[in-house]
Design a protein around this ligand. Structure first.
Ligand SMILES: [Zn+2]
Length: 447
């Protein structure tokens, strides 16, 4: 098994992540978070929110609806261009994303370019391809009381999409926030939430799934000041990734997207790449989007997106710097960093060395023996004391102490606190450290 498979297996075994709808045979590209997974995910999202929103004076949070007026996606260009190149093997009818099965081509590949690569079908090995077709990745749905046998025209009018990104929910609220809070430039609007993409071939565990969570900021700046603000935002991303969620600096690589690969409106885009177990993959993006989105909205809505500076009186359309990160991508980077196999007393052990601020549980409290009522009573007492002092603590009295340690190591609990017969004498407990397995005696009052 490779490391990614080990992580997938641990996630299932210990209740972090289960395959979506597993009981009905699964549902491709979806994953369900179990009790520990949802806790870890929430802590990651809360850490981001605290760092980028709560601890700053220039950020405002919003939470827009997932279902948005379809004009949103016309204005943003998603209706016309949010598509992947789909190619079908004429022999076995398998369908693929052309740019994922051939080398050195990108999403805008033409049929001729693809055929020239002489790619063989990954399923049947033949080389007999149909034309490249554009496959729009937005999930559509019908909104309102429309029945399948209603006339087509009416049905078409009621098509809406599950949002393919959270960014447009921010842009469409820019004017609301400006009109109610009168923020000074630069200021940012932040949003966390679900986004949906009908990936042709979901793969790599939670890296490429059909339903994901995003954390995005649109940072509005004076057009003359985009470069310095881009630089500040770039540094803030590193600080968050390296200091707050503790990803190893040496595994994060900046990739300056060259002009020919950038969106036409962007003057600078950096992809933050991460060394995942299966190779380098995009972790997040930082893009300078100019006034592209606000201009599109102004055109489609007929409303002015102008911003008036309170001091100088200058009127302008702000430019935008957008850091965008997928929660699942970050989740997997954190898990892959934490996942460690080592040997303790000649025994192989799996341990999740999660940072303390992210571990689902900070402490596990347990009595040395569960059939000694005096130990159990004392342990409950200690548990109650810690419960009042800290959140994120757990109780475990299953199996023997060795098994409990093993379980807590695998779910990343930094400290195990054990109540034994000495505790009854001198009010000290054993505190066992996850990473070193060292045990120390500490007074209950000093916990
Ligand atoms: Zn085939």
């Amino acid at each position: 098994m490779n490391k990614l498979e080990d992580i997938v297996s641990l996630c299932k075994r210990r209740g972090f992540i289960f395959p979506g709808s597993e009981i009905y045979g699964g549902f491709a590209g979806t994953w369900d978070y179990g009790p520990l997974g949802v806790t870890l995910k929430k802590k990651i999202m809360d850490a981001w929110w605290k760092f980028f929103v709560e601890d700053r004076d220039d950020m405002y949070g919003i939470d827009a609806a997932i279902l948005m007026n379809p004009k949103t996606w016309v204005a943003s260009g998603h209706t016309a261009t949010f598509a992947d190149p789909l190619v079908e093997c004429k022999e076995c009818k398998s369908r693929f994303r052309a740019d994922k099965i051939a080398n050195n081509i990108n999403e805008s590949v033409t049929t001729e370019e693809f055929l020239a690569t002489h790619t063989k079908c990954p399923v049947c090995g033949k080389e007999n391809w149909g034309p490249i077709r554009k496959f729009n990745m937005m999930f559509s749905t019908h909104v309102g009381a429309v029945l399948p046998d209603d006339d087509q025209e009416l049905a078409a009018k009621n098509i809406a999409y599950l949002r393919p990104e959270t960014a447009q929910g921010i842009f469409t609220n820019y004017k609301n926030v400006v009109d109610t809070f009168y923020p000074n430039l630069p200021f940012g609007l932040a949003q966390q939430g679900k986004a949906f993409r009908n990936e042709i071939s979901p793969r790599d565990f939670i890296l490429r799934d059909r339903e994901c969570s995003q954390m995005e900021i649109e940072y509005f700046v004076h057009p003359n000041a985009w470069e310095e603000n881009f630089e500040k935002m770039r540094k803030a991303q590193h600080e968050f990734l390296e200091e707050i969620v503790k990803l190893p600096k040496e595994k994060i690589h900046e990739f300056e997207v060259p002009a020919e690969d950038r969106a036409h409106y962007s003057k600078r885009t950096i992809d933050f790449m991460f060394d995942y177990p299966n190779g380098e993959e995009e972790l997040m993006g930082l893009a300078y989007r100019t006034d592209f989105d606000l201009q599109n909205i102004a055109r489609e809505s007929g409303k002015s997106m102008e911003y008036r500076d309170k001091i100088t009186g200058e009127t302008l359309i702000p430019h935008v710097i957008e850091p965008s990160i997928g929660v699942e991508r970050l989740f997997l980077a954190i898990l892959a960093t934490a996942y460690t196999e080592d040997e303790i007393n000649n025994e192989k052990r799996i341990v999740l060395k999660l940072p303390e601020n992210l571990a689902p549980y900070k402490f596990c409290v347990s009595p040395l023996l569960k059939n000694k009522p005096e130990l159990v009573t004392k342990a409950k007492e200690v548990y109650d004391i810690l419960r009042q002092k800290y959140s994120s603590i757990t109780w475990d009295d299953s199996g023997n102490i060795g098994k409990r340690y093993r379980k807590q190591d695998e779910i990343g609990t930094p400290k195990c606190i054990v109540i034994d017969f000495d505790t009854l004498e001198d009010n000290t407990v054993t505190v066992r450290d996850r990473d070193t397995t060292k045990q120390t005696r500490i007074k209950i009052d000093n916990l």
